[in-house]
Design a protein around this ligand. Sequence first.
Ligand code: UD1
Length: 419
Amino acid sequence: MEKLLIRGGRCLSGTVDIRGAKNAALPAFAASLLSDKPLTLRNLPDVVDVRTMQALMEGYGVAVSGRSTDVLTFDAAAAEPHEASYDIVRKMRATILVLGPLLARFGRARVSLPGGCAIGARPVDLHIKALEALGATITVTGGYIEASAPGGLSGARIVFPFSSVGATETAMLAASLARGETEIVNAAKEPEVADLANCLRAMGVTIEGIGTHRLLIQGTSTLKPASHEIVADRIEAGTYAVAAAITGGELELVGARLEHLAAVGEALEAAGVRLWPSDRGLMVTRPGPLTGIDVMTQAYPGFSTDLQAQFMALMCVAEGTSTIRETVFENRFMHVPELVRLGADITLKGTSATVRGVTRLKAAPVMATDLRASVSLVLAGLVAEGETVVSRIYHLDRGYEALDRKLKRCGAEIERVPA
Ligand code: UD1
């Protein structure tokens, strides 16, 4: 196991390449299972979650090839719907995304209930309801979801009670091979969901309403060979935007799209950070003091829950008080006690954290607990006085490609060492 040593106090400047979104890559991998024609995906991030999903695909008999880690071709012509290794499935919640494609293509699937970050209960009831609406029979026993639809799936109207990224993706994947039209109401409209829709479109599925809360999908039985470029990772971009802001530096985030930061971009501006589109992506700088502001996490285009921890690190050194409310996941404040170890002044009450800005943070040993929580500790370490040690960084490697190398290139004093 490795850890990161960070010496705070360096102002970051330079450029950071923002890669394709892990959360768009994972459903696109699952989409490859729908077809016996090859699917080539470009701009893939080299992160552990993506490699885990690749291993899962290979377990189903998908042939994965590519000369580099960022472009892979998936050939699922010989795929079979046998049970996936629990060892892979327990690592990551997104493994549930194979359920819809396997069921739609083979008429049956047996998938373990997924694992993932410990940020809340994270049920999969909406995934199951969506597949039932399309005609599947589903039972959940002994930790497994067993789904069958021997006669194939049929298009239907799926009305979600609230928007779920994963359940929308499951519904889209399954509807792609269902007979007739599927309408998804209250669909999630995160850029990663739109990216999956574009990938499915490239494969030959007709989809209307991309990027809105209502999707119309015409199922097809004839998919074609396709190539798709994964959308830039708005969470990676937002994380580096906070890195620029917290150190008072200036970064160009190559490939990033300002519009995909949505409410996070607005919150950063309100806190004193300046963002503007550049020819290659997005510029971020923080010319003056930071001001504490209040935010509440919400589905896109609201403030992303995946950037809540990073924003909290920023608010720890802002002037004044900030209230941060988490409404998407019930247990997503695991970074709070660790930030407090670094000298932050945070009070937690239910789903709200009140952050009173301090003039300086002080280095301490801290422990990563989940993907986004871990990166918030790295961000805080960039401005803490002394040497911060972040352990359990395997969480970071799940979703950030070369975080330490990218930060170092922009002037951070950061080393990865064996624990
Ligand atoms: C995805 C992202 C994750 C992000 C989250 C919210 C991936 C791989 N992960 O997760 O990084 O934080 O969106 O933007 O893309 N829910 C149910 N029943 C369900 C499904 C979800 O109650 O069947 C609840 C969840 O517990 C949560 C809320 O719905 O409270 C939103 O979750 P969802 O949008 O589904 O998140 P994920 O797809 O798991």
